[in-house]
Write a protein that binds this ligand. Structure first.
Ligand SMILES: Nc1ncnc2c1ncn2[C@@H]1O[C@H](COP(=O)(O)OP(=O)(O)OP(=O)(O)O)[C@@H](O)[C@H]1O
Ligand code: SF4
Ligand SMILES: [Mg+2]
Length: 363
């Protein structure tokens, strides 16, 4: 049985919305993350996917306590981080790091690479053998030329800047890193190199990752397990292979059918599960199952009852009433037929086989 590094229970992060200039009054809440229950195992990469605004970044930030959650517990090595004061949390900050989507925006343009990477060393009183030596070691580990220690972020390419971000995250010798869309801002030709580097570092340093991305194809290579979010909720969680072989939640099935296929002929003839309408606002999420306004299988119960996030198969969790009432799938008037669903999953597998990431050299 895999050992949990993080145990997340009923995690909620609501952002209050205020009105009034003089007397501020809370009038509503953005339910960015609304009751998540899952574990992250030691040494694994858990991929987290979902459409823009579904709460992926907020989840990552709430886990490492960059945001202090509204409700719930986040146990790290058995200790509930949400109960700790700022000073009690300080030593844990070393273990919990983050890599950001836009390496340029997340690096201070007025600081040299040396200053950027040495910051966590100073904050946590590390590198007693010499800060410069340690920074250069970290630069080498992440594939940067240590002679460039006095250069500024703008003097590096996008891929190299992301390496600086990774070196900074590694400096405090963390156990867990939230990787928030670390490759989406990079050229396709560079993405594979950054992924390969992250995989090597994970092996060498025994790291655990939460790897956030917009779509399922982007997390397939790196993830051991995959979690799918929709409007602040986790709707499905399974082993990577299992998720592609048996996507069970209607939203996951739709996401899989939307993955672009590199072959234009296959792309032109494929069938997709198109979801009706837009993602509702997290200010006013739908009652019952939050996906019911767009789900092709929705029925009466879905409007009233929140589906439990339950184990539908070994290690395969799904939040959908169809787990209890599978016969409803066949009866649903708007449901995609089996042929469409099979075509969507086959298309996804083809996309992965024929696409892959371009492995050309970084300049
Ligand atoms: N600091 C904040 N204050 C108020 N609302 C916020 C804040 N941060 C995020 N939100 C809202 O919470 C919801 C979830 O945002 P979040 O950034 O976590 O989504 P995401 O899944 O990471 O999206 P993207 O894929 O675009 O990065 C959004 O509706 C967003 O507008
Ligand atoms: S609970 Fe109902 S609305 Fe929600 S995903 Fe399942 S079938 Fe669709
Ligand atoms: Mg985000």
């Amino acid at each position: 049985m895999a050992e949990a590094l993080l145990q997340i229970e009923n995690l909620k992060m609501h952002f209050p919305v205020y009105k009034g200039a003089l007397i501020r009054k809370e009038v509503n809440r953005v339910r960015a993350v609304d009751g998540l229950n899952f574990n992250i195992f030691k040494g694994e990469t858990l991929g987290l996917v979902g459409e823009s605004g579904c709460g992926k970044s907020t989840t990552g930030r709430s886990i490492i306590q960059l945001y202090r959650p509204t409700e719930g517990t986040v146990k790290f090595d058995g200790k509930d981080l949400t109960k700790l004061s700022k000073s009690e949390l300080h030593p844990y900050r070393r273990d919990l790091q983050m890599i950001f989507q836009d390496p340029y925006a997340s690096l201070n343009p007025r600081m040299t690479v040396g200053d950027i990477i040495s910051e966590p060393l100073k904050v946590h009183n590390l590198a007693t053998g010499g800060i410069q030596k340690r920074v250069q070691e970290l630069m080498e580990t992440t594939g940067l030329d240590p002679r460039f220690i006095r250069r500024y972020p703008h003097e590096f390419s996008g891929g190299q800047r992301q390496r600086i971000g990774i070196a900074r995250a590694l400096a405090s010798e963390p156990k867990f890193i939230v990787c928030d869309e670390p490759i989406s801002a990079l050229d396709v030709s560079i993405q594979a190199q950054v992924i390969n580097l992250m995989e090597d570092l994970q092996k060498d340093f025994g790291l655990t990752y939460l790897f956030i991305a917009h779509d399922l194809a982007a997390v397939r290579q790196i993830s051991d397990r995959i979690a799918v979010m929709y409007l602040g909720k986790m709707v499905e969680l399974a082993d990577g292979e299992e998720m592609y072989a048996h996507p069970t939640h209607p939203y996951t099935q739709a996401l899989i059918s939307a993955v672009p296929i590199p072959d234009p002929e296959v792309e032109a003839t494929r069938e997709r599960i198109v979801l009706a309408g837009d993602v509702p606002s997290p200010l006013n999420p739908p009652t019952g199952c939050v996906f019911h306004t767009r789900c092709p299988f929705a029925y009466e119960r879905c409007k009233k009852e929140v589906p439990e996030f339950q184990e539908a198969g070994p290690g395969h969790f799904v939040a959908c009433h169809l787990v209890d009432e599978p016969e409803r799938r066949k009866d649903a008037p708007n449901a995609p037929n089996d042929r469409e669903k099979r075509a969507a999953i086959a298309a996804m597998n083809n996309a992965i086989k024929s696409g892959g990431l371009d492995k050309s050299e970084e300049e």
